[in-house]
Design a binder for this molecule. Structure first.
Ligand SMILES: [Zn+2]
Length: 445
């Protein structure tokens, strides 16, 4: 790997002391952060690439812990519906109509959008079929993340979109064997039961057992998103959603539950005791009218909370900046302006995301020895803060910035976006392919 030196205006490390470094360059060797070099000690001739970006701020790559690559093609086609109708009328029929080509196209569109917006690691929910397609695209793109096939063996909402527990189990064993820890560990497998209402107890439990053969993999599902959903869960199991998960022993520190908007005190205690991770998706919770998750309460309880954009059709963006901004703002009218400050929110999108996925020794902060998953962001635009103080940098990122502020993005020491140009995709071609494959897909419904 080529040795690189990046010379930024400042470095927001997201380390345990939230250090913001100035007059320091970052040396990258073999894809890792090798050293911080004070400006006066820089020896330019030592490096194959010296990147002078003295007007830009270096931050860790963002981490999104709940995303649906398969749905990006459906952006704008599932508007103004509550969760269960959104799934029944739109999303399940759409996902059911995917073929390998349309899935590959949506995976490329998603990865492009995530990288252009500074997200370098994600946890994807997958879709029912062709799980290999998304994982293969993740490998070739250079991004970091988890994906796996989405598991459905019961579907009262759209009966064509399901498989059998037996087939699901054999599929995930094959996929996990092939893809877990592939691309030098950059790609990991996630076991993804869709949600309680679409999985038999046997499938949920057996998946958890299989997962134990793949250390470092994750168990990724949805929980307690809408009132209609939890009412249905209560009717079926005579339990709350998280109580049910707990009763079948699928909650632990390798389980990520997306949403957790509606939870009882007893469920919060279970989440805390089992060290279960919550992926908070504020845009989706607002757009589907699901509610406002009690995030400050979870944080007070010591529960891991991280962020994700969920799917493009319930957002309608994959921008971490939208999620950070909303995560903080939606709590303030309820609990007061003091809650969820910008620094806490920024950490949820970086180092806390890494911890939730057990990647904290590799990514999530800018520290010597970690992998060089880095983002250069312009915080000197006309719509950013005019202060250069270390404290204002967090509100400048969380409240004033958008994906447009992201200039360059590196994963594993390799530039994937530079000066707002994707180095891996032709974006005009991606958009044209998206339009073509969507048209064909809609004819298959
Ligand atoms: Zn989701």
């Amino acid at each position: 790997m080529i040795n690189k030196l990046v010379i930024p205006k400042r470095i927001v490390t997201a380390d345990s002391q939230d250090k913001v470094l100035k007059n320091q360059a970052v040396e990258i060797i073999n894809g890792k952060i090798a050293a911080f070099i004070p400006f006066e000690k820089i020896q330019r001739e030592r490096y194959q690439e010296v990147y002078d970006v003295i007007n830009l701020t270096l931050i860790p790559g963002f981490i999104q812990t709940h995303i649906h690559l398969s749905q990006t093609l459906f952006r704008g086609l599932a508007e103004d519906l509550p969760l269960l109708d959104w799934l029944r009328l739109k999303i399940f029929p759409f996902e059911n109509a995917h073929n390998e080509n349309s899935l590959k196209t949506t995976a490329k569109l998603s990865i492009n959008e995530l990288l252009m917006g500074g997200t370098t690691t994600f946890l994807d929910m997958g879709t029912l079929r062709y799980g290999n397609v998304v994982l293969e695209e993740m490998i070739s793109s250079g991004i970091r993340g988890f994906s796996g096939k989405c598991l459905i063996d019961i579907n009262d909402l759209y009966s064509d979109f399901k498989s059998t527990a037996k087939k699901e189990i054999s599929d995930i064993i094959n996929l996990a064997k092939t893809f877990h820890n592939s691309a030098d560990g950059r790609i990991k497998y996630s076991f993804s039961p869709r949600f309680v209402l679409s999985c038999s107890e046997n499938l949920l439990k057996e998946t958890k057992e299989i997962m134990k053969d793949y250390p470092g993999s994750m168990y990724h599902t949805h929980s307690s998103e809408s009132v209609d959903e939890i009412n249905e869960v209560r009717k079926r199991f005579n339990k709350e959603n998280i109580e049910y998960f707990n009763s079948i022993e699928v909650l632990d520190d390798h389980t990520v539950l997306a949403h957790c908007v509606h939870t009882s005190e007893n469920e919060r205690k279970m989440l805390k005791d089992k060290k279960t991770r919550i992926a908070h998706c504020p845009s989706a919770n607002l757009k589907l009218g699901s509610g406002v998750a009690p995030i400050p309460q979870y944080l007070k309880d010591g529960i891991s909370v991280t962020l994700g954009a969920d799917g493009a059709p319930c957002n309608n963006n994959l921008s971490i900046f939208n999620e950070m901004r909303l995560a903080s703002l939606i709590q303030k009218p309820i609990l007061g302006a003091e809650v969820l400050d910008a620094k806490t929110t920024f950490r949820m999108a970086t180092i806390e995301g890494a911890k939730a996925l057990h990647l904290q020794d590799e990514v999530g902060s800018i520290e010597v020895g970690k992998k060089a998953d880095l983002v250069l962001i312009d915080l000197d635009s006309y719509s950013n803060s005019y202060s250069d103080s270390d404290e204002s940098v967090y509100s400048d990122i969380v409240f004033s910035s958008t994906t447009e502020n992201v200039k360059s993005v590196m994963v594993d020491g390799k530039w994937l976006v530079k000066n707002r140009e994707s180095l891996i995709y032709d974006q005009q071609e991606l958009i044209a392919n998206g339009k073509e494959h969507l048209k064909k897909l809609l004819k298959r419904i």
